[in-house]
Design a binder for this molecule. Structure first.
Ligand code: UN1
Length: 500
């Protein structure tokens, strides 16, 4: 399929994607594929007013009915899966298989949210007073701002939006400036679901705002946006979090990761090698869950590392639209430059670098393809503690298990982690209070590729937010404690008497 056929397959019209100020190039070859209109920061206030109006109607629609809209969204996503998956590949450069996987995550979270729309369970609580009922109930909050990154341009939107909608909120989405086309395509898909839904979905329930940092800022600073869910770099979160907090808004932050794998002497090394490959080079190392640190027991280091290094040398790097490619391009030159700077720093810090060179400059002079890099490090130095959004895997040795856990935890980020071991004591310690300090901790699988059913997010510089499954929906609702007196007396709590 040609690039224009990919764009047309999702109903993006020429007038919508040309003549605008935001130029979009494909990471595949650097070709300009669109020029999209941006909103101005001044427009954002009007959009928030429209969203707030929509919220005031939507919150009155029963939750299971709200779920019906998300069910229809899931159906439309199923129908659009191949086309949207291909557009994800074209716009952000991940391989088509992963583009499809990303759309599958969207479908899955829609299914999850539909079920949730008939739950949103509260609690009954024992009251200390006779003739009283206590309850805890959950209610919609308002406009939910969603900020997403280029690397999961559509799935992260869906995790937030599917939940926010069944919870009774309206949504304003600020996608990455690198990937507005997939956002426009999702808006179209959403509109198809809306058209089938009926009249009780208010106008303005979902908006996409395309623009730069000032546009995001206008949303983040506006007190009519009580929830801001932001996924991206720690630097972005440092801007967003305090601004939202300053006006007592709620933020859900899912920021950087620096995810490790401990490989113990009892590990199944065949499995470990496969997991290392998928999680470290998949999506060209541009997942927040990508494997970045390998902490290997000294007795198996000599056996494992040559296998990893030779697998790295043979992994197929190329056009992400072509079957058989496992590693597509980096998103842009800046990303390539950051990778090269990190490799230089790693050498200065004593690292031995395997791979990391630019490739395919003949076929794609405008694309930034790299051979994924493995760097053997003498210790967990500064560069290892920094998240570089590129396929660099730092490998280090450990001697005793407690030190391995210390190394795993001794970075500023706390998203995902894993251990390969067949020793149940090690596995359980890793998952215990004295084990991994991350939001995600796995045994005998890699740190990436989380299912939507679990809560997704992490600690420390990862921001502490949770999106997606489990009870992450509670972040999109306000909690209310209710006490009902069905007696004819007015007893006070704490046994207080206050007679008049
Ligand atoms: C991200 O990189 O921002 O766990 C999200 C994973 C995917 C989501 C990654 N399900 O790798």
């Amino acid at each position: 399929m040609s690039y224009s056929e990919i764009l047309e397959s999702l109903g993006l019209t020429t007038s919508e994607i040309s003549g605008g100020t935001l130029k979009i190039t494909s990471p595949i070859d650097g070709a300009e594929i669109a020029a999209v209109q941006e909103v101005s920061a001044a427009d954002v206030n009007g959009i928030i007013t429209s969203s707030k109006r929509a919220f005031n109607n939507w919150k009155a629609v029963p939750a299971p009915r709200r779920g019906e809209l998300v069910r229809l969204l899931g159906e439309e996503l199923r129908a659009a899966k191949e086309d949207l998956g291909r557009l994800v590949t074209l716009e952000c450069g991940k391989i088509y298989e992963e583009g499809l996987g990303e759309v599958q995550e969207m479908i899955d979270i829609c299914d999850f949210a539909v079920g949730l729309s008939r739950q949103l369970y509260g609690l009954t609580i024992a009251s200390e007073r006779p003739g009283h009922h206590m309850r805890e109930t959950w209610h919609p909050v308002g406009v939910c701002g969603v900020i997403s990154a280029f690397n999961f341009p559509v799935a992260v939107w869906s995790w937030n939006t599917a939940l926010a909608l069944v919870c009774g909120n309206s949504v304003i989405w600020k996608p990455s400036e690198k990937t507005p086309l997939t956002a426009l395509a999702c808006q179209k898909i959403f509109e198809k679901a809306l058209a089938r839904f009926g009249d009780d979905a208010p106008k303005g329930l979902h908006h996409v705002i395309i623009g730069g940092r000032d546009v995001g800022d206008a949303m983040v600073s506006n007190e009519d946006v009580p929830i801001v869910s932001a996924t991206g770099s720690t630097a972005m979160g440092r801007q967003v979090g305090p601004k939202v907090a300053a006006r007592f808004g709620r933020s859900i932050l899912e920021l950087g990761g620096n995810n490790a794998m401990i490989v113990s002497p009892t590990a199944d090394l065949d499995m470990a090698v496969r997991a290392i490959l998928f999680s470290a080079v998949g999506t060209a190392g541009q997942r927040c869950t990508s494997l970045r640190r390998l902490i290997v027991h000294k007795d198996i280091y000599g056996e494992l590392m040559p296998r990893v290094i030779s697998a790295y040398a043979s992994v197929q790097v190329g056009n992400p639209l072509v079957k058989g490619t496992l590693v597509g391009p980096l998103v842009d030159q800046e990303s390539f430059d950051n990778m090269q700077s990190a490799l230089i720093a790693a050498k200065v810090e004593g690292g031995k670098v395997h791979g990391g060179e630019r490739e395919l400059t003949g076929d794609f002079p405008g694309g930034y393809y790299v051979r994924p890099a493995v760097v053997e490090m003498p210790s967990q130095s500064e560069v290892v503690k920094t998240e570089t959004f590129a396929p660099i895997l730092y490998a280090m040795k450990y001697e005793d298990f407690d030190t391995a856990i210390e190394m795993q935890n001794d970075v500023p980020q706390g998203l995902s982690s894993c251990i390969f071991t067949t020793d149940v004591r090690e596995a359980e310690q890793f998952l215990s209070d004295i084990g991994s300090d991350c939001g995600i901790a796995n045994v005998n699988i890699g740190p990436s590729g989380a299912e939507i059913g679990g809560a997704f997010g992490g600690e420390k510089e990862t921001g502490g937010g949770r999106e997606s499954g489990s009870d992450a929906w509670k972040s999109y609702m306000r909690r209310q404690t209710n006490t009902v007196n069905y007696s004819r007396e007015l007893p006070l709590a704490q046994g207080i008497t206050f007679d008049i």
